[in-house]
Design a protein around this ligand. Structure first.
Ligand SMILES: O=C[C@H](O)COP(=O)(O)O
Length: 253
């Protein structure tokens, strides 16, 4: 059975105190209420929160994710954070290729290839984001566009390494807009992604790869989205900032 995952992406929100309060609430609710053992709950925190949040999540069902990392393992890159540093926290997951980083920080396919390699070399799990703009969807090019994002950044990997990834499909038009992809739109794309992976790496790898949906996931739409056969969970932005909403989403399987 594939691993179901609900990952919160706090983005650039929360002071340290706010982040620790949110974490404590999530830890307690998950411990008391989450009975489904096939759901991995992940907190994707800003760098400055990671060490403190790790102390609260250590020994619980929660795992920790960073929201980015530099592609080089170390060196003179003022202001950057390396995979080695993240591993030392320790963090288990790292979100890469989020559309906000592609758009505002110019992350290229090539950079994402290097980041993926570096993370895997440090035994960190990349949560690789992909997704199309509204313009691309309206032209009917969304499937090809997203498949190319995967091909250009990831298809140099061996099947063994590809099997270590988590993919997050996030249509840009649904991020932070309150507009969620319909269940049919999400399933269509997730199935297309899985088939594309199967063509390259075979059915076993494709069937084992968790593919998360991101884009205005809320407690009231999570159940229907997660019921789609190829949707294995969510990458949750806004709703991950509210403990009750986030844990209710995690309980939607
Ligand atoms: O990484 C999370 C996504 O960008 C979704 O954000 P959102 O749930 O606020 O739409």
């Amino acid at each position: 059975m594939r691993q179901n995952i609900v990952a919160g992406n706090w983005k650039m929100n929360n002071t340290l105190d706010e982040g620790l309060k949110l974490t404590s609430e999530v830890v307690n609710m998950v411990q008391d209420e989450l009975t489904n053992n096939n759901v991995q709950v992940i907190l994707g925190c800003p760098f400055v929160h990671l060490t403190s949040v790790q102390k609260l999540t250590n020994g619980t069902k929660l795992a920790l994710s960073a929201q980015n990392c530099h592609e080089e393992a170390k060196g003179a890159y003022t202001g950057e954070i390396s995979a080695t540093m993240l591993k030392s926290v320790p963090v288990q997951y790292v979100i890469i290729g989020h559309s906000e980083r592609r758009q505002y920080f110019g992350e290229s396919h090539d950079t994402l290839t290097k980041k993926t390699d570096t993370l895997l070399a440090h035994n960190l799990t990349p949560i690789f984001c992909c997704g199309e703009s509204l313009d691309i969807r309206e032209k009917g090019e969304h499937v090809a566009y997203v498949c190319n994002q995967l091909k250009d950044s990831l298809f140099h990997l061996s099947a063994e390494d590809f099997a270590r990834l988590v993919i997050a499909y996030e249509p840009i038009w649904a991020i932070g807009t309150g507009v969620t992809a319909s269940n049919e739109q999400a399933q269509e794309m997730h199935l297309a992604i899985r088939s594309f992976i199967a063509d390259k790496y075979g059915k076993e790898v494709a069937e084992g790869t968790p593919i998360l949906y991101g884009g205005s996931v809320k407690p009231d739409n999570a159940k229907a989205l997660f019921a789609c056969p190829d949707v294995d969970g969510g990458l949750v932005g806004g709703a991950s900032l509210k403990s009750r909403d986030f844990v209710d989403i995690a309980k939607s399987f």
